[in-house]
Design a protein around this ligand. Structure first.
Ligand code: MGD
Ligand code: MGD
Ligand code: MO
Length: 698
């Protein structure tokens, strides 16, 4: 490190899981610390649209007053929190969520809900709770199918490139990729099913039908651990395999081979990601993908798919069929949408702001997200954001969304404050990694815990001083203080129930200052560690932590990550939430959607000439070494492929009369853009007669 620049970045050989492996994004961290858009002090937008520098107190007092007035006039429904933690900054999210309680709102919108709530919803039905989340044991599997993901670049599995290389090179292990694109991962795979975009539901249904018809499903596992198989089997027996495989445009023999080998494999798992979650039939894709490993008994076992624990409570459970005190759960005003896993889908935001009349959203806090750029239909998102009575953006950069805000509040960067990701999704060993600050900030920025705690104080949601709790928190020695401190905290919250939602900020203000320098914001991990150790007592002990207090101390003092818990594979069942601990295979809505595939018109033949309109399906996803989502703050971060391209199938390029590298106008439903078209590095098409491709762009 020199002049605050991160010059040399190495993996940490002592790290409990990475063991020194470094993802390529981490090698470029200096980008995120130093760029022209970095925010350095709070900003307020004036009537003429300019931003002027303001002090923190002035900004927070004004925001607090406007929020209180809004709540009084329109109630909590007029307010929503958007974002609240990106890929690696989830500690702040614990603090921003408190604002919802202060406003009496339940509306939290974020990218997870754009991408993964279909998956969470299916988990709720199968496993009994939307907080039951699965993880794939790729490391120990003999047979792995990757669908709609490219872990070589995106690193959705631990130590991805090493894990993939081992899978590729070890005799007896097989790697399959289902992706329209010949990705880096596909190039390593033993089989690549290069399907037509958006046809995964057809392909997966066909694979399942082959398995069930050939009797390759695991009857013993299903009898012992599942319910509802008969209904699923009946639906799968109706699947017209040949027709569906043709729609997906992959050779039938290859599909049969993969289905059979997967079903017969000793230890097999399926890994999916964005490619099937940002495409057609995304919820059904999730259901069918899960049936693949459930019907073959590759669940709750080594090399299979397992449930895992969560240290930070990222996922809630909200079953839309339930009512609370006779009322349906908080639905949005315009679309009547219910939450899934506690979150609302951002695609609805524009309508909930612009089309919900008196019930509309009027004020938004956006934190660690850039909806004007990253949520679907950017133009509508932007129009909606512009119409708000109050938009506050908390970010480290002057983003496209921040430019529309009334207030922009600058957060300390992830190197200047303590941070952690809540995406600790491993099993049987799970871990947590607290990242201590490594840089001092010279700017007038604040970490999120301080921003939100000050705001809650300014709103009068919590007092500014806590003499009793603070005194108990300072008792010596440190370990001996935790128990009386927690007892006093619980007593306080029982006495003033309205403070309970603000426990994180209360811990931050009282226990926080007694923790090692810079780590005050981790105080809320004490009760979370206690709860985690109570819930997973044996597994936490196996990981070497006597109790919750010991676990907390290990997290706070560890600099190379901490193994939280060591489970045994069969203990995956203890993480189930169905009352009978069985997997409920029958999900009526999904079986209905599966049947409805039959009446879906087959993809029309590709247009013969450009004049025909040349309608293409725009594909999602293509993570690159140089990007972290849409956080491109400077063009020179892209070392290759500087301007990107509309990458399309060579057949389509030819049919449209376009040249490799030529420019074309691409008209979408609402927007038009001009872009360069490329078919490389698309591989040579494997023309399957009668099924012209009509694809794809990025
Ligand atoms: N065109 C396009 N759109 C996409 C995608 C795509 O590939 N292409 N991918 C989709 C997917 S899968 C996702 S998950 C979403 C992601 O979209 P978003 O959730 O909007 O998140 P990011 O693009 O990751 O941007 C996160 C923001 O957090 C800010 N930030 C970074 N560190 C901190 C911090 O410590 N504190 C605060 N307060 N802010 C911080 C960054 O400056 C950035 O503005 O985008 C989706 N939209
Ligand atoms: N380097 C890097 N890593 C990242 C991120 C990043 O921005 N940069 N972002 C993080 C985030 S937020 C996420 S969500 C993950 C995403 O992780 P991945 O899902 O692995 O990311 P992508 O590279 O977008 O891979 C999606 C794949 O789906 C394919 N695909 C598109 N349409 C279809 C379809 O209809 N069917 C099938 N089967 N495949 C299809 C695309 O060709 C692409 O190869 O990556 C995370 N990791
Ligand atoms: Mo994502």
């Amino acid at each position: 490190m020199a002049d605050g620049h991160l010059r040399s970045i190495r993996g940490d050989a002592d790290h409990v899981t990475s063991r020194g492996y470094l993802c390529q994004k981490a090698a470029r961290l200096d980008h995120y610390q130093h760029h022209a858009d970095r925010l350095r002090h709070p900003l307020k937008r004036t009537a003429d649209g300019q931003f002027v520098r303001v002090g923190w107190d002035e900004a927070l007092v004004d925001i607090a007053q406007r929020l209180l007035a809004l709540r009084q006039r329109h109630g909590g429904r007029a307010f929503a929190l958007v974002g609240g933690g990106g890929q690696g900054n989830h500690l702040g999210g614990v603090y921003s969520r408190q604002l919802l309680a202060a406003m009496g709102s339940r509306y939290t919108y974020n990218s997870l809900a754009q991408e993964k709530t279909g998956d969470f919803w299916v988990n709720g039905r199968l496993f009994g709770s939307q907080s039951c989340h699965t993880t794939e044991d790729v490391e120990h599997a003999d047979y792995v199918i990757f669908i709609g993901c490219n872990p070589y670049q995106s690193h959705g599995i631990p130590n991805a490139r090493d894990t993939l290389r081992a899978l590729q090179k070890t005799p007896g292990r097989t790697m399959v990729v289902i992706d329209p694109r010949r990705t880096e991962t596909a190039r390593m795979a033993h089989h690549h099913l290069q399907l037509r975009p958006g046809t995964d539901a057809f392909l997966l249904a066909a694979m399942l039908a082959i398995i069930v018809r050939e009797g390759l499903h695991d009857r013993d596992f299903i009898a012992a651990h599942c319910s509802g198989f008969d209904a699923v089997e009946a639906a799968l027996r109706e699947v017209p395999v040949d027709d569906y495989v043709r729609r997906a445009d992959v050779p039938l023999a290859e599909v049969q081979r993969v289905a059979r080998d997967f079903a017969r494999a000793q230890r097999a798992c399926v890994r999916v990601d964005l490619g099937v979650q940002h495409t057609l039939h995304c919820t059904l894709n999730g259901y069918l993908e899960k049936l693949l490993y459930l019907l073959t008994g590759q669940f709750a076992r080594e090399g299979g798919v397992n449930l895992h624990t969560l240290m930070l409570p990222m996922l809630g459970h909200t079953d839309e069929r339930e009512t609370r005190r006779g009322r349906p759960l908080a639905r949005t005003a315009c679309h009547g949408m219910h939450p899934i896993a506690g979150m609302y889908p951002p695609n609805l935001l524009p309508d909930e702001i612009l089309k919900a009349g008196e019930q509309r959203l009027r004020a938004l806090f956006v934190d660690s997200a850039n909806p004007a750029l990253t949520y679907a239909d950017g133009a509508a998102q932007e129009a909606a954001l512009r119409s708000l009575e109050l938009l506050v953006v908390v970010d480290v950069a002057m983003t496209e969304t921040a430019r529309l805000a009334h207030y922009v509040l600058p957060a300390a960067t992830q190197f200047e404050k303590v941070e952690a990701t809540g995406f600790n999704l491993e099993f049987p060993e799970n871990f947590f990694h607290l990242r201590a600050p490594i840089l001092e900030s010279a700017d007038d920025t604040l970490p999120e815990p301080e921003i939100y705690t000050r705001l809650l104080e300014a709103m009068g949601a919590i007092p500014r001083r806590w003499p009793l709790l603070a005194a108990i928190a300072r008792r010596q020695p440190r370990r001996a203080r935790y128990r009386p401190y927690l007892a006093a905290l619980l007593g306080t919250l029982a006495w003033r129930r309205r403070w309970a939602p603000f426990a994180a900020s209360i811990l931050y203000r009282t226990l926080g200052p007694t923790l090692p320098r810079g780590l005050a914001a981790t105080a809320f991990l004490l009760p979370l560690s206690e709860a985690y150790a109570r819930r997973h007592r044996v597994a936490v002990r196996r990981a070497g932590h006597r109790d919750g207090t010991a676990l907390f101390e290990a997290i706070v003092h560890g600099r190379s990550g901490v193994i939280l818990s060591r489970h045994e594979y069969a203990e995956s069942w203890q993480l189930m939430r169905t009352p009978d601990q069985r997997v409920h295979l029958q999900v009526p809505e999904m079986l209905q959607e599966l049947r409805a595939l039959r009446s879906e018109p087959a993809a029309p033949a590709a247009p013969a000439a450009p004049a025909d309109g040349a309608s293409l399906l725009l594909m999602a996803g293509e993570r690159r070494a140089y990007n972290a989502n849409q956080i491109f703050r400077s063009p020179d971060w892209r070392k290759t492929d500087a301007e990107g391209a509309l990458r399309m199938h060579p057949d389509d390029l030819r049919r449209l009369g376009l040249a490799e590298g030529g420019r074309a106008r691409c008209r979408r439903r609402r927007t038009t853009s001009t872009c360069t078209c490329r078919s490389k590095p698309w591989p040579t098409p494997r023309a399957s007669p009668g099924a012209p491709r009509r694809t794809e762009a990025h």
